[in-house]
Ligand binder design. Sequence first.
Ligand SMILES: [Zn+2]
Length: 602
Amino acid sequence: MRILCLSNAAGKLLQSLQFSFAAVTLAELEAKLASDTEPAIVVGELFQIDNRLADLLERGSGGRVPVGIVPYHPQHEDSFARLLAPSAGVPEVASTVGLYSSRGLDFDYREPSVPFAGTIVKLRRRSEAEGTITSRDDAALQISRHDFTSLAVVTEGRQSYCLVGMGCLHPTISAPELGRLSPRDVRARHWLLQSCHSPFMWPELGSYLTLPLSIALTSRAETVICSTHVQTYIPNLLNLYLDLTSDGMPMGDIVRALNNHAATEGVDYRPFMLLGNPESRALVADRATPRKSAGSSPDPKAKEVSQLLRRFVANVGFVSNAANFGFQKNNEPHSQFRRDMAWLARADIRSLSRAGRSESDIEGLIDGIRPPNERISLKQATLRLSEAWEEAGGFYAVGEQLDEMYGPEGAQQLDTCCQVCGERLIERRLSYLGQNISVEYSERRQVICPRCLVVEHVSPMHRQATNVVAVRSGQEFVTRVSYTNITSQPQWVYSFAFLSDPNNVSRSTAERAYKRLLERTVCRRAQQAPRSIGPGGKFDFEFRTGPVPEDFWYLLLEVNLMVDFCWNWFSFTFREKRIEDWLRSERYSSTLPRIKAGILST
Ligand SMILES: [Zn+2]
């Protein structure tokens, strides 16, 4: 271990404690560090320890040499030897680790895959109400009741303190009964403190990093890893610190690993420094296999999950926006769907992707991150959507509205023919006119049959993975939709079908006649419960109308396939040569738009 000393006063103390060291100036420090790969302790006075020093150490060590800083202050000479000495570490089984996150540990901490053999104390905030009596179980009181081997805290800083539960951690003020803690009130040998504590002005303990310096100098801490500039939230920090300390890794390597982690996550530049000896250990490794250190290498899975979620949230947002499909304000199922899923749009995708890091099932992923006060499951919310479509009156109410959001990209005649009437089909391609759209909704493909009108309104990427069959047998119509997940990620698939436009009566012009006619069909609707299908998985849906009433000459079968909330629509027309009978019947006149009695009489 090299000791590089920036202070004459500290040099004298080092001499009296019989340490060998090299006296250096700030200007020489970078080159000195770079000249050797041996771990180093840099000794400095409080005013010399700040973010600029941390940058200088980073450059000098090239991110390879383990470095710790030992602060010197004449009033705290007793802590000097403690911080210089390498701590040996205790066995995991004999250790007590405290964890705290101001975002909550449910959010910020995952149970390790290899169970931790020691004691983990989860420190939690127990009340949100300011000014109420602090609960005995609140972190501010809980934290003083343990002897921690290590204590990892992710929190927020104010001008003169860091928040801990309902209390605050000051550099010197101590009134534990009021929830005001100083480092003296907390017994922890090794600290990790991630917070905005850098700008504290507390001259008796330096004018920068006052709180971490106070922890190092006034508590019994042996090492302190602290953030050195304004806080950026770094995911997975608590787990990584726990994994690395329990692997018996020396603190100088841990602080480097934490800095690498922040960099690979793309969230911060060298946020941490170590106060203390870089060869100190919190724990000794007593397991044959090291823990999988989740944050030590980039996790491509997390990125994939975050892309999946972003797409999913965009699609839910698209469906939730009543304007996109022209849903009316009084469409209660749609309003309910929006209320049930509103939380998703407010969620922070970064945190979602972390929470769902290992999920391969959409339902597990979304329901796993759903706030506890949101009671409606993804499945329940999804099922409501079919009602919203049906309530609106089917494609000719919602599809035409959707078309207004898209501009034409071209049209062509296809080689394929309509399954129902055999006419050659025409394809129109559309692209979304607005901004910020998910890839699924960015393009639409409309297929038109000259006789049956629009027969498909789909996302091209879903259409190429869908097989659709319609079979007529006597008075019954059967349609089958088979969708295969050809992507590399799980998908949330749902299908529902319903009958509409009996004898070409539209819901919007004659609602009662529409309903009365439809009531005479055997099977008006069907759905296949939504579920998550993995890559290569298949989703099959069948809709059988049952015998169609004999006096029906027209009926529309609308089949809807939702893939990650992107809507795909197929239709099949049931047609019979019975229109003359219909036109002569009394029921026909009741389906015509009503003319007011007063107009007729004049
Ligand atoms: Zn046709």
